[in-house]
Write a protein that binds this ligand. Sequence first.
Ligand code: AMP
Ligand code: FES
Ligand code: ZN
Ligand code: ZN
Length: 309
Amino acid sequence: MKCKKCGAKASINMRQHKLALCKEHYLAWAPEQTERFIKKYRMFQRDERILVAVSGGKDSLSLWDILYCLGYQADGLYIGLGIDEGIGYSAESQRLCQKFAEARGLHLHIVDVAQEYGQPIPALAQISHRGRGRPCAVCGLTKRHIMNRVARDLGYDVLATGHNLDDEVAVLFGNTLHWATSYLVRQGPVLHEGPGFVRKVKPLCRFYEREMAAYAILRGIEYIYDECPFAEGATSIYYKELLNKLENDKPGAKLTFYLRFLDAREAGFFAPTADSMPELHPCPNCGQPTSNEGLCSFCRLIEKAQLHA
Ligand code: AMP
Ligand code: FES
Ligand code: ZN
Ligand code: ZN
């Protein structure tokens, strides 16, 4: 396989784009594409300050690297979840984020859940009723709360996450299976800001997972290979496997599914309902918007944890 641009040996073949590229041309192509998506979906402007949520994985570190190469003002945020399982998942992912930031002279904010809220994620999940089974729901709630809080408190215009096409399509597939229109109406590359909510963007939403793995490897970015140890057996992974089979037989199927969904959403196919637009008011404790009467779900979780402490 030869590079379409220069004829040298290709480092990656993207069947869905009918495009093979060498290392040099791929490392130029990925940021160009990212820039194109940032503009197309109006994610942010050059003068805006971006907070990139980095997990230590290939997607979020590649995203930070690409934004840095493109000349955007992007700082990082790492949330220490206190997951010691596996190879010491959290400690290792934090080390890799710090190493990445130091090598480029970039600023990384670190928020440690146990230090700030008294307990690490696995313990919070145990205490919460959500903790039956996996800690993932508590983990997701906590990450969303902290990301929004830090971005707002420190005056960032936008929060960027490393979600890739495979992530987005797995979520889309799940929401479609359940015809969860209140989620479908909100899924997309940009979630606009609202009172108390910072704008959220996913600049990698059109890149296949393997494209980002290739980017990280070709750029020499050291990242954590392991998935979160609690992810094993998750439904999202099952959907990803199903979708990989489909993609294998029909290259481009995932991208088409996602892009046609965005077209349908744009055309008003999923109209906002009272369900998808609940009335929000500020949580009396933390000030973040919530549809709950009284405390927001995160503050309830922390209150419960403190009662058990
Ligand atoms: P996940 O939910 O693990 O698939 O991660 C999706 C995105 O959330 C990642 O690409 C990151 O941008 C962000 N993220 C996940 N875990 C963390 C973390 N511990 N700290 C900061 N950001 C994170
Ligand atoms: Fe949060 Fe796995 S439970 S990353
Ligand atoms: Zn080339
Ligand atoms: Zn609250």
